[in-house]
Design a protein. Sequence first.
Length: 367
Amino acid sequence: MSDIVFILGAGASRDCGGPLMSDFLEIAGDLWKSRVIEEEQSREFEKIFEVISGLQIVHSKSQLDLNNIESIFTVLELGRVIQRVPGIQATQISEMIAALKKVIVTTLEHRIEYPIKNDEIHAPDSYIAFSNLLKAFKQRKRRPLSVSIITFNYDIALDMALHKSEQEPDYMIDGETAQVNSIPLMKLHGSLNWGTEKSTRKIIPLHLRDFLRLPIYEKSVLEGIGDKGSIKLEIGSRLPKYLSQLYQVDADEEPLIVPPSWNKADYHSTLSQIWASAADHLASAEYIVVMGYSLPETDAFFRHLYALGSVGTSLLRKFIVFNPDNSGAIRERFGRMLGPGAASRFQYIATDFENAVGSLRGILFDS
């Protein structure tokens, strides 16, 4: 278990181009209109924006945020259960959910770029700084602090930073052997590089240490980009091909991506071990640090996971939230979630991920 548990949301990937849930559809729409994506991908975007257009009729009788991808995911997931979504035939709902997942994958792959340095692919700077901070905590002279990460993000920018800093992510997946000096990285909503084997329904992660050995990423290929260039990594959109090539696995067409919505029951058997690991790490934590996660009112899942996971033998010394919101709304949400014992150790700092990383060394390093 870990002394420090970091909880990361979409705001942590904002500095390297990752969208927030609230502006994801706007960014996806701009990408679609720019005509830089392939024709097959464009058709998936078209399907989703037609769905959103068809849902406008709902506004006449209820409040529904059609600009928030979380709301659209929730509508489609609930619609699949009750077999009803305005403007869509019941037989097409699963197809629309698959299309939405492809829109998420394509948007993330086009938005997040990885710099080329010394003819090698590197992680975005903000995550490199974060991974170096983790290493410093682990190597602290007075008392080394073990660390783990819980994230709601699908992208692999953090995974790349951990790999490049020789701290391989341990996804806490059944059957996976952790590497030496690894860091637990529990991705509660799945990941662009996680496939599902068709025959066993097991999660098969595409490890970056294997992916970067593919011929298309050899130094001789990257030399032409130059040290001031960057590259987009199309992992999720080509995941079945890579899993077959590297591991001889026949996987589903889409990566394992869990909707950030109410209905996670369909994914319970697949992700239960990861969720249980997250609860165990929360129970043992002396320090919990939240970065770029706003605790949406709709996220009852995390509130309950925290409630169940916060019961442990360790004394919680600090619960720190870093978020650029200074309206007081997000601070109040976390305040309501925490019990009386944790509330006295609660600290809210209104700043972004990059500045939070710089502040943490001073806040926790001498604790």
